[in-house]
Write a protein that binds this ligand. Structure first.
Ligand code: S3P
Length: 189
C-alpha cells in the first residue's frame, strides 16, 4: 500500500509529551523524511507574542503562556499535511487534549526522568525546570501530567531507542491511524 504520510492532504502528525522526550528532534526528522512542513508550537507562541518563552513566563506568567498556546492551536496550525511538535504542557489544561486531537493524529512521547534530566539541562525555554532541584520538579510535574499525556494520544516510549527506530515506530502508528481516518472520510463522501 502506498504511504499516506507524505501526501499533502494527509492528517497532521502531532507530537505531544513532557519536555525532553524528543518531540522536536523526531518531528524534524519525520518532516524531512515525509517532505512535510515542520511546526513547533513554542516557536509559534514566540512569533505570536513577539517575545521568548522565558520572557513570556517571566513577564506574564504561565496562565498567559497557556492562553497563547491555545490561540496557536486554534488558529495557527495547518489544516493537514504538517508535522507539529507541541510544547510539553500544551495538552495538559482542561479541554486542550480534545482540541489537539481535533487537529490531527496525536502521538505522545515518554522518557525516563534520567533521560529528561539529561536532555533538559540548561535550556532557557524551560522556565518550569529552573531552580536547585530540577529532578524533583520533573517528578512532580510528570506525576501531575501523566494522565493527560496518556489520554492525549498513542503512547510511544523513547528510552533506549534511536531516532531512526523511533521514526519507524511513529510512522507505523501514524500510517495505521491515517488510513482509518481517510477510509472514514471516503465513506462519508
Ligand atoms: C513546557 C514545555 C516547553 C515550553 C515551556 C513549557 C511545559 O516546551 O513550552 O517551557 O510546560 O512542559 P518543550 O516541551 O518543547 O521543552
Amino acid at each position: 500500500m502506498p504511504p499516506v504520510a507524505n501526501k499533502d492532504n494527509s492528517p497532521n502528525l502531532i507530537l505531544a509529551g513532557f519536555m525532553g522526550t524528543g518531540k522536536s528532534a523526531l518531528g524534524r526528522q519525520l518532516a524531512k523524511r515525509w517532505r512535510r512542513r515542520f511546526y513547533d508550537t513554542d516557536e509559534l507562541v514566540e512569533k505570536l507574542a513577539g517575545s521568548s518563552v522565558a520572557d513570556i513566563f517571566a513577564e506574564h506568567g504561565e496562565e498567559h503562556f497557556r492562553a497563547l498556546e491555545r490561540k496557536v492551536v486554534e488558529g495557527l496550525l495547518p489544516e493537514h499535511g504538517g508535522v507539529i511538535a507541541c510544547g510539553g504542557g500544551l495538552v495538559v489544561p482542561t479541554g486542550m487534549g480534545e482540541l489537539v486531537r481535533s487537529k490531527g493524529i496525536v502521538i505522545t512521547l515518554f522518557a525516563s526522568v534520567d533521560t529528561i534530566l539529561r536532555r533538559t539541562a540548561g535550556n532557557s525555554r524551560r522556565p518550569l525546570l529552573k531552580g536547585d532541584d530540577p529532578e524533583a520538579k520533573i517528578r512532580d510535574l510528570m506525576k501531575k501530567r501523566e494522565q493527560a499525556y496518556m489520554k492525549a494520544g498513542i503512547a510511544v516510549y523513547t528510552d533506549g531507542r534511536s531516532l531512526q527506530q523511533l521514526c519507524v515506530i511513529v510512522e507505523r502508528a501514524y500510517e495505521r491511524e491515517a488510513r482509518a481516518i481517510l477510509k472514514a472520510r471516503q465513506a462519508a463522501e
